[in-house]
Write a protein that binds this ligand. Structure first.
Ligand SMILES: Cc1cc2nc3c(=O)[nH]c(=O)nc-3n(C[C@H](O)[C@H](O)[C@H](O)COP(=O)(O)O)c2cc1C
Length: 190
């Protein structure tokens, strides 16, 4: 079982970075094999280009995309760690999804419609939010994100989201609460 952490936060002092450290510590403690793709550190180019489409069509994606696709190919479980920004992914991660989960790699289409090509892979999504849990539940945002991300994006590619966990109100809760959130990661089963 090989894991791939896909991490999107620009600030090494962020809570997201602390989550990433906890996840890595857990994987190491449990003797799991894993890779990390830190999209900001890599300077990943998130802008899908006209020329990318030509590469997808010929089955020859550009080198930067191919490299990320190879990491996905080698992994059984993808672990996404990122904050919720404007009720979605940070743009660098959105662009990673646009470019890396490409036609011919992550999905294809035939007379029956769209079909995922990454069946058998699993995903874990760890999100932080500024918004409160009760608001996410009450106004339907949690369900909406679940539908667009877990079903609409990863599900379409055949990837099963086995855990989508939100850590809420991160900037406004106490240090103790944040510490408890980090402790929870050690107890998650994945
Ligand atoms: C550009 C931007 C957009 C944001 N949009 C949202 C949002 O739509 N919903 C929300 O709950 N929090 C939003 N936030 C708050 C962040 O989710 C929150 O500050 C972050 O998850 C805390 O984790 P961090 O300390 O690791 O950054 C936004 C923050 C930024 C900088």
């Amino acid at each position: 079982m090989r894991y791939l952490i896909i991490y999107a936060h620009p600030n090494p002092k962020s809570f997201n970075h602390a989550i990433r450290e906890k996840v890595e510590a857990k994987l190491e403690r449990e003797g799991r094999q894993y890779d990390v793709r830190d999209l900001y550190e890599l300077g990943f180019d998130p802008v899908l280009k006209g020329s990318d489409f030509a590469g997808f069509k010929q089955g020859k994606p550009p080198e930067d995309i191919k490299r990320e696709q190879d990491f996905i190919k080698n992994a059984d479980t993808l672990i996404f760690i990122h904050p919720v920004w404007w009720f979605g992914q940070p743009a660098i991660l959105k662009g990673y999804i646009d470019r890396v989960l490409s036609f011919g790699f992550a999905y294809t289409a035939d007379e029956k419609g769209l079909r995922g090509l990454l069946n058998g892979k699993k995903a874990i999504i760890l999100n932080t939010t500024g918004g409160a849990e009760e608001d996410y539940n009450k106004n339907g945002i949690k369900d909406a994100i679940g539908k667009t991300t877990d079903t609409g994006t990863f599900g379409l590619c055949g990837i099963e989201v086995i855990l989508h966990k939100f850590f809420h109100s991160v900037p406004t809760v106490s240090n103790d609460t944040r510490e408890k959130m980090l402790q929870e990661i050690g107890n998650l089963s994945f």
